[in-house]
Design a protein around this ligand. Structure first.
Ligand code: ATP
Ligand code: NCN
Length: 195
């Protein structure tokens, strides 16, 4: 079983998440993608962050419950740092091949995550393009440190099964949608979503 983990704030979930999940399912030959709602991104301010259950409900609305599944497992594990969450998931599901999924903005800031080198050694990573972030990501500190672990995208179908450190950059159509833009345009009003 191969599962892609798309960790995120989902404040709110949107079409960019769905595009990323669908592209990863196909390119990485995944059985499922989990939209793993973060109880609180350690690098994001709490201000402006909708309550967890509102963000989970938002992720559930874009999921299909079959190949793309919204989950509160990170909150139930009581974790916020990805390195801890992935370690616990691997313990709990020893037969699953997990792949960490993220947009290029994630790779650009990965070197600020807790024990990120350890994380990159624990789980294969697939990065998808995002407008404005491709160049900062590929020229950033994490991509530089991990340059010898980068695999060509033609190996994507077997990335999930790789034992050692491995990451790849997938080509994909880009979508400039963001949760920030949706919040700023007033299309996501958590107060009314809580009713
Ligand atoms: N339009 C997009 N294209 C590619 N990846 C995306 C896109 N939107 C979000 N992602 C990725 O999905 C994951 C979760 O993102 P998140 O829930 O923070 O959404 P966001 O739109 O980036 O939010 P915000 O604008 O509040 O920072 C991250 O890995 C992010 O890179
Ligand atoms: O572990 C960390 O130090 C860390 C720092 C920043 C972000 N993350 C994770 O990155 C994922 C994307 O976060 P976000 O808020 O950009 O959607 C989400 O699962 C976060 O928990 C993790």
């Amino acid at each position: 079983m191969r599962i892609g983990l798309l960790g995120g704030s989902f404040n709110p979930a949107h079409a960019g998440h769905l595009m990323l999940a669908r592209r990863a399912l196909r390119a990485l030959r995944l059985d499922q993608v989990w939209l793993m709602v973060s109880p609180g991104n350690p690098l994001k301010p709490r201000k402006g962050m909708a309550p967890f259950r509102v963000r989970l409900a938002s992720a559930e609305r874009i999921a299909d419950g079959r190949r793309i599944v919204a989950t509160d497992i990170e909150s139930r594990l009581g974790q916020r740092f990805t390195v801890k969450t992935v370690g616990l998931l691997k313990q709990r599901f020893p037969h699953v091949h997990f792949v960490w999924l993220m947009g290029a903005d994630g790779l650009a800031q990965l070197s600020r995550w807790k024990r990120w080198r350890r994380l990159a050694a624990m789980v294969p990573i697939a990065v998808l393009p995002r407008p404005g972030s491709v160049s900062p990501a590929l020229r950033g500190a994490a991509a530089s440190v991990l340059r010898h672990q980068r695999r060509p995208s033609r190996e994507s179908p077997v990335l999930a099964e790789r034992k050692g450190s491995a990451w790849t950059f997938l080509s994909a159509p880009q979508n400039d949608i963001s949760a920030t833009a949706l919040r700023e345009s007033g299309q996501f009003r958590p107060e009314s979503d809580q009713e």
